[in-house]
Ligand binder design. Structure first.
Ligand SMILES: Cc1cc2nc3c(=O)[nH]c(=O)nc-3n(C[C@H](O)[C@H](O)[C@H](O)COP(=O)(O)OP(=O)(O)OC[C@H]3O[C@@H](n4cnc5c(N)ncnc54)[C@H](O)[C@@H]3O)c2cc1C
Ligand SMILES: *[C@@H]1O[C@H](CO)[C@@H](O)[C@H](O)[C@H]1NC(C)=O
Ligand SMILES: *[C@@H]1O[C@H](CO)[C@@H](O)[C@H](O)[C@H]1NC(C)=O
Length: 485
């Protein structure tokens, strides 16, 4: 009798376990039905890709975005009562080629102000203070322009033989030209011509692939600075509004993708909160920095050609540090908005801009640092950064300047959803390797600024790449013409 009692209790336990098991497995079955395409990331590239799919009639899509908002590296922060663009702040116009972002800005009536970099010979400060004589800066700017021309010429030569992989760093080109920037003045001018665009030092940049600067050659040198409370990110929202209804269930925010399993049959995507999504294809728009990190695991692991292409490319970091003061102590007349600080240490708080044109009376300055300096500054406290910036400002403007009210130090490199600001093309990384970086692995396609050969590092690169990778998937889905490695 006692024995039987025990048995039935055990049976009951077993039964309830079975019920639990069934419940768990039916919960898994209750995952959303498979879609055609899962887009990972709702930055400019992911949103442009999703809209392209939708417009082509592929409407069963899911967009999984890790953060609470779309736009990714188009990102604004409220600071001192104004809107600061901590990610991209300029889009480019006035060139021979049409920039679709200009159209988007126009239809949004986006508020912008053109940045004038044309007056630096009057605005360059010495390490210990005082302005350089105009003629001296003009000479340095002229020498910088000649070095840039040499790099462009060399790039043309290197690119003229399609079978050769020969390449050289920008610094290597200077050695060839026997003109290496050495003084603080020469270095800050060179910083403006290179690091300020590439977000890395000239030793780390390919001449063959970064000269000329296609974005500026094609789309123009009008730097349109976004000074709109809706932010640069409103461009991404504008595209999204054209195909996503309000509260459209196809856009899922706060969904951090942690695992992508793939096979010939399709993809299974798992997020940090335990959700599972299935589709025929994935379009992955996470940055190169994210791909180089462990955030997303791929099952099976990507083939060696893909892993090498990812690990050998460079994710750079570009940081705009915003500082708010109780009052102005810098010149604000015409042609003063950008000023240089020339220091013996390459890239030490080098390029400053006031926001008096964009936000009159705001008393905000921002200084741009890049590469190793960005990483160093991300690792230290904001107080330490404030102290360094103040020391530099005191050299330029004297000791009687006020303490800042606030400082904003973005941390793109630390952020696990970005791991840097944008890519730079390292010397001797070949065109063929770049094709590996772009190429899909089975049903997993890649998009984002890092896949745009011409406009990497720019918002246009993200936008165009989103459309292109969606078109690759559409071709594969509809006509079975599939891009392969
Ligand atoms: C500081 C800075 C300054 C810049 N300045 C300019 C400029 O002035 N002009 C210009 O043209 N360009 C500039 N750029 C470059 C431009 O911002 C980028 O090229 C562009 O925004 C990148 O878009 P994207 O779609 O490729 O990537 P992202 O915007 O990074 O979009 C990818 C999305 O994927 C999400 N994500 C990442 N991991 C996961 C995951 N595991 N699961 C789900 N979602 C994930 C991210 O949150 C992000 O929203 C700047 C960038 C930075 C950072
Ligand atoms: C670059 O090439 C042009 C045209 O061939 C030439 O006139 C110029 O001198 C070259 N410049 C440099 C710095 O090599
Ligand atoms: C350049 O700067 C000087 C000194 O600040 C100013 O007087 C001049 O108007 C500026 N020129 C241009 C073209 O902006």
């Amino acid at each position: 009798m006692l024995r039987n009692m025990h048995l039935s209790a055990a049976m009951k336990l077993l039964l309830s376990l079975l019920v639990l098991l069934l419940a768990v497995s039916s919960a898994t079955v209750a995952a959303p039905p498979p879609s055609s395409v899962i887009v990972v990331g709702a930055g400019l590239s992911g949103i442009a890709a999703a809209k392209t799919l939708h417009d082509a009639g592929i409407k069963d899509i899911v967009i999984l975005e890790a953060t609470p908002k779309i736009g990714g590296r188009l990102s604004k922060v409220a600071f001192a009562g104004k809107t600061m663009e901590v990610g991209a702040c300029w889009y480019f116009g006035g060139g021979p080629q049409h920039n679709p972002l200009v159209d988007i800005a126009n239809s949004l009536k986006l508020n912008t102000y053109p940045t004038n970099f044309g007056n630096l010979s009057s605005n360059t400060y010495k390490q210990q203070g005082g302005l350089y004589p105009k003629a001296e800066v003009d000479a340095a700017l002229g020498a910088g322009a000649a070095r840039a021309q040499f790099c462009t010429n060399l790039s043309t030569t290197l690119n003229s033989n399609p079978r050769s992989d020969q390449d050289v760093s920008v610094m290597g080109a200077y050695l060839l030209y026997k003109q290496v920037p050495a003084t603080p003045l020469e270095m800050v001018v060179d910083y403006f011509n290179n690091d300020y665009i590439d977000a890395q030092a000239p030793q780390l940049t390919s001449v063959k692939h970064k000269y000329p600067r296609h974005e500026l050659v094609d789309h123009g040198v009008n730097f349109n600075y976004v000074k709109d409370p809706r932010g640069f990110e409103s461009m991404a929202y504008h595209i999204a509004d054209q195909f996503l209804k309000k509260g459209d269930p196809r856009l899922k925010l706060n969904k951090v993708v942690r695992e992508i399993s793939y096979s010939k049959k399709g993809v299974t995507v798992k997020t940090e909160d335990g959700s599972v999504f299935e589709a025929k294809f994935a379009i992955l728009s996470a940055s190169l920095g994210v791909l180089q990190s462990n955030l997303i695991s791929f099952k099976p692991e990507f083939p060696m050609w893909k892993r090498v292409a990812i690990s050998d490319f460079s994710m750079a970091t570009y940081t705009k540090i915003f500082i708010k003061f109780p009052h102005k102590f810098w010149p604000t007349g015409p042609g003063t908005e950008v000023f240089f600080y020339a220091h013996q240490h390459h890239g030490y708080y080098p390029i400053w801009k006031h926001l008096e044109n964009e936000y009159p009376g705001s008393n905000i300055l921002f200084v741009t640092v890049t590469g190793d300096e960005s990483i160093r500054i991300e690792k230290q406290s904001d107080e330490a950064t404030k102290a360094e910036a103040m020391e530099v400002l005191k050299k330029m403007f004297g000791n009687n300047i006020p303490n800042p009210d606030a400082i904003l130090v973005p941390r793109w490199w630390t952020n696990r959803f970005f791991k840097g600001s944008y890519v730079n093309w390292p010397p001797r990384y070949s065109h063929e390797q770049f094709q590996h970086l772009q190429a899909p692995v089975g049903p997993v396609y890649f998009t984002g600024e890092h896949t745009s050969e011409k406009y990497m590092g720019f918002a246009t690169g993200a936008y165009f790449s989103g459309i292109e990778s969606a078109n690759d998937v559409i071709k594969c889905l509809n006509r079975k013409i599939c891009r392969a490695h």
